[in-house]
Design a protein around this ligand. Structure first.
Ligand SMILES: NC(=O)c1ccc[n+]([C@@H]2O[C@H](COP(=O)([O-])OP(=O)(O)OC[C@H]3O[C@@H](n4cnc5c(N)ncnc54)[C@H](OP(=O)(O)O)[C@@H]3O)[C@@H](O)[C@H]2O)c1
Length: 347
């Protein structure tokens, strides 16, 4: 193969495992390799994609650790990391994909990726909405909010709903879905700007900055004098302990994530679990990929809601693949305002 058939391919590479502590930019590096914009001869069922947008997701923190028994494999130090993204098919030997198709799903954190036997990939059918939405609202985060709220929380009209990390990729949608059901919705987040968004952009009834609350139990009692029917758990730790004191009888807790614990060497203890007994609380963890069969149903519900202006979405856009490590790390210090994504290329 002649050299001119090769193009440069910048990649985000993890240098070494980061088992505990806040990851640093220097734990990752941008490396330049080269790649042929063609699926190699004789390689069946594969596609070569140009990555357009990358999705920064908290679960990626666990992939930076050396874990033997995780539901998703650890990254390989020295290689490009992988994650959700939006991409365009450049070459294909896969019967279901052709050149020019737009897809979202698992790809490499690099400019171009060869996806052999792509598994977690969806063809993008609706292009009359912003393409970046497929990193969040119309992608994994949207499906997480949808299945977590509707399937796990089994909500009823008018219930009392609390969402933590409420202004983020998932949280902002959970709150809006709950408002569509006429629920009373309170969110917490970590800055004044985020609290303003919750109340004035996403339509939450109330919102508070958890960093300014010395007593989380008292804060929850202030906003939920009659208790919480549904808690959409995104953070864990002290927040979960406070929520457990404030659940109503037959309340539901959807355990979506516990971001406050991801950098800890050992998880913090939860002290108030016994309160789920007298309150008959159902607390259930879930992983979004178990629910991807519901994606067409989700699109059917959410696309019209977007077009009618009933659902809105805030994105935090970082420009260029070089900005990816900083953008990813920002999730763990609350730097992102809304869904954090990285633009690799706009076409
Ligand atoms: N189960 C699943 O299948 C699934 C799928 C997707 C996501 N998740 C989980 O859902 C949660 C939200 O994910 P996302 O993509 O929507 O992220 P996100 O909310 O857009 O970003 C993460 C946010 O978490 C907050 N945060 C960071 N450290 C924190 C701490 N120590 N205590 C409290 N809050 C902290 C920050 O907001 P503040 O400024 O408000 O602190 C930060 O902006 C995460 O726990 C994630 O792991 C689970």
């Amino acid at each position: 193969m002649a050299d001119e058939a090769l193009v440069k391919n910048k990649q985000v590479v993890l240098k070494n495992y980061v088992n505990a502590g806040l990851p640093k930019e220097s734990d990752m590096e941008i490396k330049e390799k080269s790649i042929q914009l063609k699926v190699p001869e004789g390689t069946k069922d594969s596609i070569l994609v140009k990555n357009l947008y990358l999705s920064c997701d908290p679960y990626m923190r666990n992939r930076m650790k050396k874990l033997e028994d995780s539901y998703v494999p650890s990254f390989e130090p020295g290689s490009a990391i992988s994650g959700y993204g939006v991409a365009k098919v450049v070459d294909s030997t896969h019967p279901e994909y052709k050149n020019g198709d737009l897809v979202w799903g698992m790809t490499g954190w690099e400019e171009y990726s060869l996806l052999t036997a792509p598994g977690l990939l969806f063809k993008i059918q609706h292009t009359d909405v912003p393409l970046t939405y497929y990193t969040g609202l119309l992608g994994m985060a949207g499906m997480t909010a949808y299945t977590g709220f509707y399937e796990i929380c089994t909500p009823k009209k008018g219930e009392y709903v609390y969402v933590s990390a409420a202004s983020g990729a998932v949280g902002q949608l959970v709150g809006q879905f709950a408002k569509l059901l006429d629920c009373y919705v309170v969110g917490s987040a970590g800055s004044k700007e985020k609290i303003d968004l919750l109340k004035n952009k996403f339509g939450f009834d109330e919102a508070f900055n958890y960093k300014e609350e010395p007593d989380l139990d008292a804060a929850l009692k202030r906003y939920f004098p009659e208790g919480i029917d549904i808690y959409f758990e995104n953070v864990g730790g002290k927040m979960l302990d406070a929520v457990l004191l404030n659940m109503r009888v037959h309340g539901r807790i959807a355990v979506c994530g516990m971001i406050s614990q991801y950098n800890n060497d050992k998880p913090e203890a939860t002290h108030n679990l016994m309160y789920i007994i007298p309150k008959r609380v159902r607390m259930q963890g879930f992983i979004v990929s178990d629910f991807y069969h519901l994606y067409p149903k989700y699109l059917e519900m959410v696309i019209p809601s977007i077009k009618e202006g009933k659902i809105t979405y805030i994105e935090d856009v970082a420009e260029g693949i070089e900005s990816a490590p900083t953008a990813l790390i920002g999730l763990f210090i609350g730097r992102n305002v809304g869904k954090q994504l990285v633009v690799v290329s706009r076409d």
